[in-house]
Write a protein that binds this ligand. Structure first.
Ligand code: ATP
Ligand code: MG
Length: 575
């Protein structure tokens, strides 16, 4: 492809709207443009990279037995009412009506549609298992669309759905998709990790997320340094220390004056107690019900664990007014003794310890010597807090490390949630009607492109791993007005193209500096530089984008020399 005949609108300056590096670079490299909040146009280079990602996904999905179809983006509201999600999916679901006043939505996911298809077509155990997938546009009206392709409202997803006769078959389908995903992300040349995950609102019993490792990731993952345990922080269970026989005796509750001391840190400093001897009382509005949760001052509550425990749809921290109403005090002084809240839960760590500082439900006042079992009516003690690096691995007890990742894929074992709601049943060997066992498997195709750039860039631009790079190589004719340079570059372009090497040929009448900058910005893995001075010495230069290494090749060995260097690059990405 000749640059002069293509469309690559690169930008010199960082666009003000972009907060994270992938968003900046996608805009600057002329790969995407914003249409409106969370909705983007894919320009030629961006679209080509997305095609390459899709091709690898397709190839591996097919290899593992999934079959490609294509479902509509517009879905009838009736199906969502049938599954029960019309009311619970919340405002991410973009709903509208047609001219007849019938309800529709833009698909954020396709469980309803696929289950509707399969229930009408598949009747016998002989037709199972089946796994159908598509690569298609999704719409989620995210509260805060941001970070470019990372969290869009309209985005591209590969979604697959498996249907099995029994649980054993469903487990096999799940394992096949797990293997397919490992293979996909390896073949994309990305550093990633599969982690145990929460199943979220889609529901189901088991799930893994695939995380591209990057410091800028929104997700935190807990990884064991010894065994293969890895989990999303949202999900990572905490292994609680063995319980002591009986905690020490605890003096009676005692009120103390703590003027203007609201935070755990302020109270700890003021009363000269360690943060771990303070109990935080967090108040939540859970589907309209007031709930209090107690955790140690030095810990973080895990809202996902709390939400799962309460089994509610909408969980939010109480507003300042609710805090005042329920505790009788301004924010910062709520405590479990005398609180006007029916349900109090506590983190398991509090069960066998006492002598804590708590809020006294009075302005500027705390209690000393709180004993959870003696002084408060606690409904239950559960694993409700976030794992930390000082906790042992819940599997093997070794050290845990926390790292950052970007969720690019998510696989779920769904069970019969949708097949029962939508009555997708089949007749088994004995003529008995049974619900199909489902699984669902998603990859955020457009997010993969953003995640790839978060993981692979430097101050000059993108550093594409070869499988995702929109072209294999970037050929630069430094001064195309020079006949020799122009002819030689064209000759190289033809020779590489004949070998199936997809080349972007920068034939523009631009200064070399501009071309070098654009080449680094776009980030193709290899640059082939043809300049007058090097030609006089009978050589051209190849630059490896990821290492910056430059290699000279003689004019008679360009194709074979290029292929040698390319091999080295593949090895670097373990391809
Ligand atoms: P997240 O937790 O990031 O909101 P999710 O868990 O809601 O994502 P899934 O329902 O598991 O997402 O969707 C499958 C995949 O689709 C995700 O793993 C992610 O890669 C991608 N994805 C989800 N939401 C978005 C979005 N708003 N923009 C781009 N990609 C997305
Ligand atoms: Mg997910």
């Amino acid at each position: 492809m000749l640059w002069s005949k293509y469309y690559i609108p690169t930008l010199k300056e960082d666009p003000a709207e972009a907060e994270i590096v992938s968003h900046k670079l996608l805009l600057r490299a002329g790969m995407i443009r914003k249409l409106t909040s969370g909705i983007y146009i894919y320009l030629p280079l961006g679209w080509k990279a997305l095609q390459k990602i899709s091709d690898i996904i397709r190839q591996e999905m097919n290899r593992f037995g999934a079959i490609e179809i294509r479902m509509p983006a517009v879905q009838p509201g009736d199906l969502w009412k049938e599954s029960g999600r019309w009311d619970v999916y919340g405002r991410e679901l973009l709903r509208f009506q047609d001219r007849h006043g019938r309800d529709y939505c833009l698909g954020p996911t396709h469980e309803e549609v696929i289950t509707d298809l399969v229930r009408g077509e598949i009747k016998s155990y002989r037709q199972l298992p089946i796994n159908l997938y598509q690569i298609q546009t999704k719409f989620r009206d995210e509260i805060r669309p941001r970070f470019g392709l990372m969290r869009g409202r309209e985005f591209i997803m590969k979604d697959a759905y498996s249907f099995d006769r029994d649980d054993q078959g469903a487990t096999k389908s799940y394992e096949d998709m797990y293997a397919a995903y490992v293979s996909i992300f390896e073949k994309l040349g990305l550093k990633f990790r599969a982690v145990e995950a929460d199943s979220g609102p889609i529901g189901g019993s088991f799930s893994h997320e695939f995380m591209v490792l990057a410091e800028t990731g929104e997700d935190t993952i807990a990884v064991c340094t010894e065994c293969d345990f890895a989990a999303n922080l949202e999900k990572a269970e905490v292994k609680y220390a063995d319980t002591p026989d009986s905690p020490a005796d605890c003096p009676e509750l005692e009120k103390v004056f703590t003027p203007d001391k609201h935070s755990v840190e302020e109270v700890a400093k003021f009363l000269k107690v360690p943060e771990e001897k303070i109990v935080k009382t967090l108040l939540y509005d859970a589907d309209g019900q007031a709930v209090a949760v107690l955790v140690r001052g030095d810990r973080e509550l895990n809202e996902v664990k709390l939400k799962n425990l309460l089994d509610v749809i909408d969980l939010r921290l109480a507003s300042a007014e609710q805090v005042q109403q329920w505790s009788g005090a301004p924010v910062g002084f709520a405590g479990p003794v005398g609180l006007n809240v029916d349900v109090i839960y506590a983190d398991q760590e509090l069960m066998f310890d006492n002598d804590f500082v708590i809020g006294a439900n009075e302005k500027d006042t705390h209690y000393l010597h709180f004993d959870p079992r003696r002084d408060a009516k606690i409904k239950g003690y559960y694993d409700l807090r976030q794992i930390t690096e000082s906790d042992p691995c819940p599997r093997c007890g070794a050290k845990i490390e926390l790292t950052k990742g970007i969720e690019v894929g998510h696989i779920f074992k769904l069970g019969t949630k949708y097949s029962e709601a939508l009555r997708a049943t089949f007749l088994d060997e004995n003529g008995k009607e049974r619900p199909m066992i489902m699984g669902c498997y998603g990859i955020g195709v457009s997010r993969v492109l953003a995640a790839c750039i978060e993981q692979n860039h430097d101050e000059n631009g993108i550093i594409f791993p070869p499988p995702i790079a929109p072209f294999d190589a970037h050929l630069l004719a430094l001064n195309p007005k020079d006949e020799l340079v122009k002819d030689k570059a064209s000759e190289i372009y033809d020779a590489l193209t004949a070998q199936g090497i997809d080349c972007l040929f920068d034939d523009r009448l631009e200064r070399p500096g501009v071309k070098f900058k654009d080449a680094d910005l776009i980030g193709l893995p290899l640059q082939i530089i043809v300049g007058a001075r090097a030609l006089q010495r009978g050589v051209i230069e190849i630059k490896i984008r990821h290492s910056g290494e430059k290699i000279e090749l003689g004019l008679d060995e360009i194709v074979s020399g290029f292929q040698e260097v390319q091999k080295k690059v593949f090895e670097f990405y373990r391809l």
